[in-house]
Design a protein around this ligand. Structure first.
Ligand SMILES: [Zn+2]
Length: 151
């Protein structure tokens, strides 16, 4: 039994267990190796992480910064998927108003516009001002792509 670190074209990393190196190549050639995160079959052996950091002259470059070399574990992927589904359900009847969120919320709050569920973008300052005026707003757990960017 041999274990390979594998990576898909989206750079998701995962382990694959094979009877032999030849068996890995056979499965890879037939597209039988599937990324558990995105279903991609363009899977290759992941390059080894360099053991020695690249030399640099920049001061402070050796300061530790948080990094993730691996895709989130499947449990987290599932949690995110469930969250995304819940959010999509919540926004099903909601209208995207983009950057007009603060303006539209205010109009509805003061009766200048018909009340309806909306979602859009607001700066932190705008959201804070709305809350202070008594307008009910809530941050969405996940970012929402504006509809015009989905095309
Ligand atoms: Zn993937």
């Amino acid at each position: 039994m041999i274990v390979f670190d594998l990576a898909c074209t989206d750079s998701h990393r995962f382990e694959g267990w094979f009877a032999s190196s030849a068996e890995f190549e056979r499965q890879q050639g037939r597209g039988l190796i599937v990324c558990p995160y995105c279903g991609d079959t363009q899977v290759v052996k992941a390059p080894m992480a360099p053991a020695v950091p690249a030399k640099t002259n920049a001061r402070g470059a050796d300061r530790a910064v948080p990094v993730a070399g691996n895709a989130p574990p499947p449990a987290m992927q599932q949690a995110l998927a469930a969250l995304a589904k819940a959010q999509a359900e919540m926004l099903k009847d909601s209208k995207w108003v983009g950057r007009k969120f603060a303006e539209t919320s205010r109009q509805m709050h003061y009766g200048d516009a018909e009340h309806r569920p909306i979602h859009g973008q607001a700066t932190l300052a705008e959201a804070k001002a709305l809350v202070e005026e008594g307008v009910t707003v809530a941050p969405l757990p996940l970012p929402v792509a504006p509809p015009e960017e989905l095309n």
